[in-house]
Design a protein around this ligand. Structure first.
Ligand code: PLP
Length: 478
């Protein structure tokens, strides 16, 4: 699907990268660009809005558009470019990753290891003290809170708060349409159990978060990996072809700041995905765990916001934004509400009241929004630091993603590098990373790694990146 405004914003971005516009130099006016590209003023406005959203340019009142003050140029050859569409297309395959996953996760458990692996924010970036204060207040309020659990669908106060917030995701979900679960992963597993049976085919993004592939393996499902673009996420054209070719049972996507790419599916594509879901009557399980961690002006919409038929099962949690250990997640499962609530009863029963209540209280006082207002720019600045350090210290041929939200950096290494070996060597230096092989049932990402950038940027972290770069460089000459 080609988007005219995207073509223009990409062209301007390319000009920026090749040095046509430096800091302080005014970009062409909207009118000039519309004449030059022979498009409407509205299309140029959209293109400039897209560049603003990506943090590349900023408008100055009464003056025009300029490069953003904190925008750093990444050389073109260091950017992960669009994927070659045909190269990665594969047929449905059985998932068999659990052994590898166990080896990698178990080996990185040492608390002295520099944690660039697991996708949890460092506790130093989370509001642990204010959250603990709220938790203590909850405990003082009622002695029962810490003892009880809520039967599915979970705490009504929290569901009301989620309903209130759902307008930010482009939805208007009722409190009675939510089910609270044990993290997002329980919601995803329950949705897969409600919709599929062993042997069924589920379309996923490629690369895909390994937790999802692991859940699919445990349910005996086959994965159809649909290549994802580092910037725009799953390639909708390819998904459309696959819907014609294969009998898919579900589509499982992380549209907002996908793990590991950090890609963001544009609104037009989200709308088209909802339309395809309706046309083929195939549910979409939409994972939005990173949706609140956007760097642009507005919170991105969800596919659910375009769903009129209850076919989108929206899933999220507070693990990436607030407290992974609370295990508070939720789903709004549309027409799958009844089977999912039943499955929730039989899989884990109730959900701890105290954790749900503390999250509710934290949101109710406005503390959650205040935390996010501080957290998002911090993550962006960390990602920039990590990106610059990778470019500085990794050998030529290494490329980076450019996430528009979240805190994960996806790094392509020269072809000869086996990221599993790199992972082992890094562990000897007490640095954990996640090797790319975990993000696919294929071998496509053997020379990729994922870095967790939600760590305070310190000389120790920079030195860890330098060490990783040195190990990579020396592996090239072995
Ligand atoms: C994309 C994605 N989805 C789901 C999860 C799991 O979320 P939770 O801890 O809420 O189960 C993770 C955790 O890393 C993730 O990265």
């Amino acid at each position: 699907m080609s988007l005219l405004y995207k073509n223009i914003s990409d062209r301007i971005y390319q000009m920026v990268q090749e040095g046509a516009f430096s800091h302080g130099k005014r970009l062409p006016s909207i009118r000039d660009l519309s004449l030059q590209f022979q498009v409407s003023i509205g299309t140029v406005v959209q293109a400039y809005a897209d560049l603003e959203r990506r943090g590349i340019i900023q408008s100055r009142p009464q003056s025009g558009f300029y490069l953003s003050e904190d925008f750093q140029l990444i050389p073109q050859e260091r950017l992960l470019s669009n994927l070659n569409k045909s190269k990665y297309q594969t047929a449905p395959q059985k998932v068999k990753l659990s052994e590898l996953l166990q080896t990698v996760t178990l080996s990185a458990r040492d608390s002295k290891t520099i944690p660039l692996g697991a996708a949890n924010p460092s506790v130093d970036l989370l509001p642990a003290i204010s959250l603990n204060r709220v938790m203590n207040k909850c405990l003082r309020q009622s002695k029962e809170l810490s003892i009880h659990y809520d039967y599915p669908p979970g705490d009504f106060r929290l569901r009301k708060e989620l309903s209130y917030r759902s307008t930010q995701w482009g939805c208007s979900i009722l409190p009675s349409d939510f089910i609270i679960t044990f993290g997002a992963m329980e919601s995803i597993t329950l949705a897969l159990r409600a919709i599929t049976k062993p042997g069924d085919v589920v379309a996923v993004e490629s690369p895909c978060y390994f937790g999802i592939l692991h859940a699919m393996e445990s349910l005996g499902l086959r994965a159809l990996e649909v290549p994802s673009d580092p910037q725009f996420g799953v390639q909708v054209d390819l998904l459309r072809e696959n819907l014609k070719r294969y009998k898919l049972k579900a589509i499982l996507l992380t549209p907002n700041f996908n793990n590991p790419l950090g890609s963001l599916i544009p609104d037009d594509h989200k709308k088209e995905l909802a339309r395809l879901s309706r046309q083929y009557e195939i549910p979409i399980i939409e994972n939005d765990v990173m949706g609140d961690l956007y760097f642009g002006k507005n919170r991105p919409r969800t596919i659910k916001s375009y769903d009129k038929d209850g076919l989108v099962v929206l899933v999220s949690s507070f693990s990436k934004t607030l407290a992974p250990g609370y295990r508070v997640g939720w789903t709004s499962p549309g027409r799958y509400y009844d089977p999912i609530v039943q499955l929730k009863f039989t899989s884990s029963g109730g959900t701890a009241t105290l954790n749900q209540f503390a999250v509710f209280e934290y949101m109710k006082t406005g503390a959650y929004d205040r935390h996010l207002t501080r957290f998002r720019p911090l993550l962006k600045s960390n990602l920039d630091e990590f990106t610059r350090a990778v470019i500085r210290h990794f050998p030529t041929g290494s490329k980076v993603s450019t996430p528009e939200g979240g805190y994960l950096l996806w790094v392509e290494l020269p072809k000869q590098i086996n990221s599993l070996d790199l992972h082992q060597k890094a562990l000897q230096e007490r640095i954990s990373i996640v090797p790319g092989s975990l993000f696919s049932v294929t071998e496509h990402y053997r020379n990729y790694i994922r870095l967790n950038c939600a760590n305070p940027w310190t000389p120790k972290i920079e030195s860890a990146i330098k060490t990783l770069g040195n190990i990579t460089a020396s592996s090239l000459t072995e």
